[in-house]
Design a protein around this ligand. Structure first.
Ligand code: GDP
Ligand code: MG
Ligand code: ZN
Length: 410
């Protein structure tokens, strides 16, 4: 949606599959978050989706009815006060797509945890996504009890109690629980009010060199475009800090893999910012907040189908270094979440593979040495990281990657 200004926050949509994340995004933004993805044509949707919206408050109506996404009040028609534009980041809920959810969490300023009122709570990915948010450090959470149109009042209350019990002792313990029907637009005004109260705009560090986690990348040329009309690759993500302007030079790390005399090496890439888009409009300059898209001079073949997901982009010479070996100080969970059995998390063992999610990147590392709460890893795909960053750790259990804790990069 075209919004009055660049969005100021990224709000995640997380929760178990089919609990209504994409439906809620459509209700709030008027768009299908997966509309742009190539997969939808093939009938699957596995990538991060996003869409922007703006919140308004009617000066004449009472709360919560005064809140809406419409510039003119849907109740009385008065022109509303513009509050804020935001981006929604829609996570896939399926259990095999935890890596994608964790990539998205790296961009989130806060999140809506969707829980279907017509199912027992918690479902496996309800727990796993909340744990993912906790590990990445996303603590501003609004819990959404969705699909209340499918239950009677007694069932809704029982489910509400289950949600409260589930949240006890978690980061979302004090989060509001907002009953809605995303499908029938019931209580969405109330939800907007709670988002405005609980997920504030973060303070931007604008003075620092620009740095972005790449969450998407595209080849925006339609098939058959002549070489003279081809536009360069587009990368999408959120600025963590700093400004970007059309004409700026940027570096992307890790860049491209080269085979040099039988050895593979990674070469950094630099390119120019040719265009910028945010909030559904071209912009000359962008700041942190919401999702942005950068048009570059890169070969579009390099950026197609999210090929640049997980890279870091920013001012040349200021980015973290690219490493293929890491030492992390580990903090493991007691139990494996997201599975029915809730197995105990065993200590990390030498030679086992672990999946690391750091920033928006995902890589697999083999543990070369495991000590008390430290592990050395050799990575299959190098990442650009700096000391102090957190990496979510997942282990292969029963044929799937399961979140087992995190490691702080030494
Ligand atoms: P996601 O997997 O969390 O993104 O869930 P979707 O948004 O794709 O929704 C899954 C299904 O639930 C779809 O068929 C929706 O139409 C339906 N759905 C979502 N929200 C509601 C709701 O509030 N009420 C009802 N009755 N159905 C809903
Ligand atoms: Mg969905
Ligand atoms: Zn009004």
């Amino acid at each position: 949606m075209k919004v009055p200004e660049q969005p100021k926050a990224n709000i995640g949509l997380v929760g178990h599959v089919d609990h209504g994340k994409t439906t809620l995004a459509k209700m709030l933004t008027g768009e299908y978050t997966d509309r742009h993805s190539e997969e939808i044509k093939r009938g699957i949707s596995i990538r991060l989706g996003y869409a922007d919206t703006a919140f308004y408050k009617c000066p004449n109506c009472e709360e919560p009815q005064a809140y809406s996404t419409s510039p003119d009040c849907p109740i009385c028609g008065t022109q509303g006060e513009f509050l804020r534009a935001v981006s929604f980041v829609d996570s896939p809920g399926h259990e095999t797509l935890m890596a994608t959810m964790l990539s998205g969490a790296a961009l989130m300023d806060g999140a809506l945890l969707l829980i279907a009122a017509n199912e027992r709570c918690p479902q496996p990915q309800t727990k796993e996504h909340l744990m993912g948010l906790t590990i990445i450090g996303v603590e501003k959470i609004v819990v959404v009890q969705n699909k209340i149109d499918l239950v009677d009042e007694k069932e809704a209350r029982k489910n509400h109690k289950e949600i409260q019990d589930f949240l006890k002792g978690t980061v979302a313990e004090n989060a509001p629980i907002v009953p809605i029907s995303a499908h029938h637009n019931i209580n969405v005004d109330y939800l907007i009010m709670e988002i405005e109260r609980n997920i504030p705009t973060r303070k931007f560090e604008e003075g620092r060199p620009p740095r972005m986690h790449v969450a998407r990348s595209f080849d925006v040329n339609t098939p058959g475009t002549g070489p003279d009309r081809l536009v360069g690759g587009v990368i999408g993500g959120s600025l963590l800090q700093g400004h970007l302007q059309v004409g700026d030079e940027i570096e992307v790390k890790p860049g491209r893999q080269l085979e040099l005399s039988g050895k593979s090496q990674w070469e950094d890439i630099t390119t120019e910012v040719v265009s910028l888009r945010a909030g559904g409009m071209p912009r000359e300059k962008v700041r942190p907040g919401g999702l942005i898209a950068i048009g570059t001079k890169l070969d579009p073949a390099m950026t197609k189908s999210d090929a640049m997901l997980g890279r870091v982009a920013g001012a040349p010479g200021t980015l973290p270094s690219v490493v293929d070996k890491l030492t992390v100080e580990t903090q493991l969970l007691e139990r494996v979440v997201g599975t029915e059995e809730e197995l105990k998390v065993e200590d990390i063992r030498t030679n086992e593979p672990l999946m690391l999610s750091v920033g928006t990147s995902t890589t697999v590392g083999i543990v070369t040495s495991a000590r008390e709460n430290m592990a050395d890893l050799t990575l299959k795909i190098p990442v650009a990281v700096e000391p102090g960053q957190r990496a979510a750790l997942s282990r292969r259990i029963g044929g799937r990657w399961r979140l087992i804790g995190y490691g702080v990069v030494k």
